[in-house]
Design a protein around this ligand. Structure first.
Ligand code: PHE
Length: 519
């Protein structure tokens, strides 16, 4: 019965009665959910008021039902014994009344004193019995209860009755009771205003308890939320953000400036994505903004006038010389350096390409400086649960005069403490562009183990001096992935749940921002 019909039935039933009506008597076969939804509709219009009553009732199991119709096990055994006239052999009982009846019924018939055993024959001791079990079940069927507690336990044990919870409603007329359901308007329309029907219309009241539909809105990706947390840490420590808008870089900035030799395995097709068209960049030329001959009027206002012009030709030659023969105290790699290789275009494999570009810009006006970047990098790697061909790097560099390795370690402790990692270990490592280099491990309280959290080092003097940075200036650098802390924070085990076509958009939309522990 639909809820619509149900409301009419309830209104009809109440019109004939001035006393509250229990739903189970009015609509014994209607599911209580339907009765409830009709009552709710009526109650919201104050046409009806109702109360909910929970109670427990006894109902017959199919076996109990069978006994109501055909008698109990023991009654059947008694009937079989009586019918046998001259006693019934015990061994024949199962064949006559069935195995179950024989098993349960024999014992009960003895207990009630209806039969006795005479050697291997059963005989009746009376000619008339009252089948109590059947009587009790009949009572349960009629009244859904039974006063005799002992009998109830017995019937339950014999699985003839079960307890059932029922919800019933007791409804009575409400202040706005009427025979017909009032049509409630949900909108005030121009027609209603024009024809005046708004004056008599009944408007549906606002339901201030309704949860309301979720408003469709954009959502930040978890990686973006964690990225913002890291940006805030960098900003509060006085860092400037580096421009990371170049996914495509030359081999020069991604590798050569960082003294990654041209035969280094990282420059292999297997590790690096090379651009097919165009395959190479133009040779280096003066940055038009650095041109001292450029008329003053066309110089952008943002350009710091104190910056010295950068000599690109000289820088390019320095890099070549360090690779080929060594310079600035380095003995070099001693191989013929190819300018073409340097101009090949790659998808940047690390954001250190951006750092090398920004550090070289710093040579125009060397000063203590702190830079960071958080953006995408690309590696031609096999994709698995923890690796994708693209990911995000968080990178920081600090340039200052007279920096030492101890200072780098000390800084790392402050930096990682800001994201809740308080125990660090450093392991000597190798990067072509830093010496010394250290892998950073952190003890993760949540995971209860040491995890690799980053790579760091002090940039080589031959890299910095090639750029024109002064000899007494040192630069720290470190990098870590954004995915790792995001996966740990959001409890994601497979990176493909975070990025790519398998991502569940609900997960992206509904996740709250996480906080890197502050202290
Ligand atoms: N580029 C390094 C990496 O990809 C990180 C790093 C940056 C190391 C700067 C030292 C200095 O892991």
């Amino acid at each position: 019965m639909a809820s619509d019909d149900m409301t009419t039935h309830i209104l009809d039933a109440l019109s004939a009665s001035d006393v509250p009506l229990p739903s189970n008597e009015l609509f014994p076969s209607t599911p209580s959910a339907i009765v409830k939804s009709a009552l709710d509709r009526l109650a919201s219009r104050q046409m009806v008021q109702y109360e909910t009553n929970d109670k427990e009732i006894f109902v017959l199991t199919p076996e109990g039902q069978e006994i109501v119709t055909n008698g109990s096990h023991e009654a059947k055994v008694f009937a079989a014994v009586v019918a046998a006239m001259d006693g019934l052999k015990i061994s024949e009982l199962p064949a006559v009344v069935g195995k179950d009846n024989a098993k349960v019924g024999q014992g009960n018939a003895f207990k009630r004193g209806w039969i006795k055993k005479d050697k291997d024959v059963l005989r009746a001791t009376t000619d008339k019995i009252v089948d109590e079990t059947q009587q009790q079940l009949l009572t349960v069927q009629r009244t859904q209860t039974l006063d005799d507690a002992k009998a109830v336990t017995d019937l339950k044990r014999r699985k003839l009755v079960t307890l059932q919870k029922v919800i019933t409603y007791t409804a009575s007329k409400g202040p706005k009771y009427a025979r017909k359901m009032i049509k409630e308007e949900t909108d005030l329309t121009p027609e209603m205003l024009a024809n005046g029907s708004w004056k008599t219309a009944t408007f549906k009241p606002y339901n201030f308890n309704a949860k309301g539909a979720v408003t469709p809105a954009g959502a930040f990706h978890p990686l973006n939320k964690v990225r913002q947390e890291f940006r805030n840490i960098f900003f509060e420590m006085g860092f400037e953000e580096m421009p990371t808008n170049r996914y495509v870089e030359t081999g020069f900035w991604n590798f050569d400036a960082l003294f990654v030799p041209q035969q280094h395995p990282a420059r292999d097709l297997q590790d690096t994505f090379y651009i097919a068209d165009p395959a190479t960049a133009d040779p280096p030329r003066e940055d038009p903004l650095d041109d001292p001959h450029r008329p003053k009027s066309t110089q952008p206002a943002s350009k710091a006038t104190t910056d010295a012009p950068l000599d690109y030709k000289k820088y390019w030659d320095n890099v070549r010389e360090v690779h080929e023969h060594g310079k600035f105290g380095s003995i070099g790699y001693r191989y013929p350096w190819s300018a073409e290789e340097s101009l090949r275009l790659v998808l940047r494999t690390h954001t250190t390409s951006v750092s090398s570009y920004v550090l070289h810009k710093l040579a125009a006006n060397p000063r203590p400086a702190r830079f960071f970047s958080i953006d995408r990098v690309f590696r031609n790697e096999a994709v698995d649960a923890t690796h994708l061909a693209e990911f995000h790097q968080i990178e920081g560099v600090i340039a200052d005069f007279g920096l030492t390795l101890g200072g780098l370690i000390g800084f790392m402790e402050v930096f990682f403490a800001k994201m809740g990692i308080h125990q660090l270990r450093f392991k000597p490592a190798y990067n072509p562009y830093t010496e010394p280099s250290m892998e950073i491990f952190g003890y993760h309280e949540g995971l209860g183990k040491w995890v690799e959290i980053g790579n760091s080092g002090m940039f080589r003097p031959e890299m910095l001096e090639s750029m024109g940075l002064p000899k007494n200036m040192q630069v720290y650098g470190w990098g870590l992935s954004l995915e790792r802390p995001t996966m740990i924070k959001y409890g994601v085990n497979n990176i493909r749940e975070l990025l790519g076509h398998k991502v569940d958009l609900n997960f992206i939309e509904s996740n709250p921002a996480v906080r890197l522990e502050k202290n």
